[in-house]
Write a protein that binds this ligand. Structure first.
Ligand code: FE2
Length: 284
């Protein structure tokens, strides 16, 4: 029997009805990313979105329309969809959609955390997946912080010697050798989180995140950290970049991930984007 788990990891799609910046129609770009995923003939157990589904879903008064539109589009692929919460997301709508759209035999187990956050775990054929919510107050946005209750819960879950964990979150918990990201985009208590993982490195398959709009991989103290690129816009993430440099390169990225035989394999996939249909161009 094939015990492999295979999933697609996407992030930072920033769906919006209107252009989010000159030349960036994130709705059309997301459509094309969905088409690319639909064209994968190989097995996919689920799709995991590590947040920033939409562009401004976190603002007061957001109706959830964009989030629902983006979720509906991804769900059309007919695969289970799971998510972590990003700093641009409508957390409540994501929480509702998650619980309403999984196969009936999938169970979502809540992880103890500060009220209002979306932290949970689930199991697929003997592999365990943990989703954390590091979105904290608006004052520290776009940085994140894991609440003490989540950290305590992570410690308890990882203490079980019979389980291996794949972990998802929006923000990078470690430094990524990029001045503005390390200063403004990280989880503030990420070091504490990393030290916890390092104690149980043999049980961690990998930590998958977004927020940096670039595929990045890093091995630190035997913990594998991997991000997905974006379909909407890209940041170079080079060491001396003093602030975000936004690139609108016509490229949508995703990772195809396989976990089998104690191995975590990440294959970055992409599609070259075409211009949106002319009626949408007229509208932008
Ligand atoms: Fe983002």
């Amino acid at each position: 029997m094939d015990r492999a788990i295979r999933f697609v990891h996407i992030s930072d799609t920033h769906w919006a009805s209107d252009a989010i910046a000159p030349g960036i129609d994130s709705k059309s770009r997301f459509d094309q990313l969905c088409d690319r995923i639909a064209a994968i003939p190989d097995p996919i157990d689920f799709i995991f979105h590590t947040g920033d589904w939409v562009h401004r879903g976190h603002l007061d008064g957001d109706t959830g329309y964009s989030t629902n539109q983006a979720w509906d589009r991804l769900q059309q692929l007919g695969l289970p969809v799971l998510t972590a919460v990003g700093n641009h997301d409508h957390r409540q709508v994501l929480s509702q959609r998650l619980r309403g759209s999984l196969p009936s035999d999938w169970q979502i187990h809540s992880v103890d955390c500060e009220e209002g956050r979306l932290a949970y775990w689930f199991e697929v054929r003997g592999e365990f997946f943990l989703v954390l919510d590091a979105r904290a107050s608006r004052q520290i946005d776009p940085r994140g912080e894991l609440c003490a209750r989540q950290l305590a819960a992570v410690g308890k879950l990882l203490a079980d010697a019979d389980r291996h964990w794949t972990i998802f979150m929006h923000y990078p918990p470690i430094e990524l050798d990029c001045e503005w990201i390390d200063r403004t985009m990280r989880i503030e208590n990420g070091h504490q989180f990393h030290e916890l993982l390092a104690l149980h490195s043999g049980r961690v398959r990998g930590v998958f995140f977004g927020h940096v709009h670039r595929p990045v991989s890093c091995l630190k103290d035997s913990i594998l950290y991997v991000s997905s690129g974006s379909s909407a816009m890209h940041f170079p993430n080079m060491p001396g970049d003093p602030q975000a440099i936004m690139q609108s390169d016509p490229l949508a990225l995703a990772n195809y991930i396989c976990i089998r035989d104690g191995m975590t394999l990440v294959k970055t996939q992409w599609t070259i984007l075409s211009d949106p249909p002319s009626d949408r161009l007229d509208a932008l």
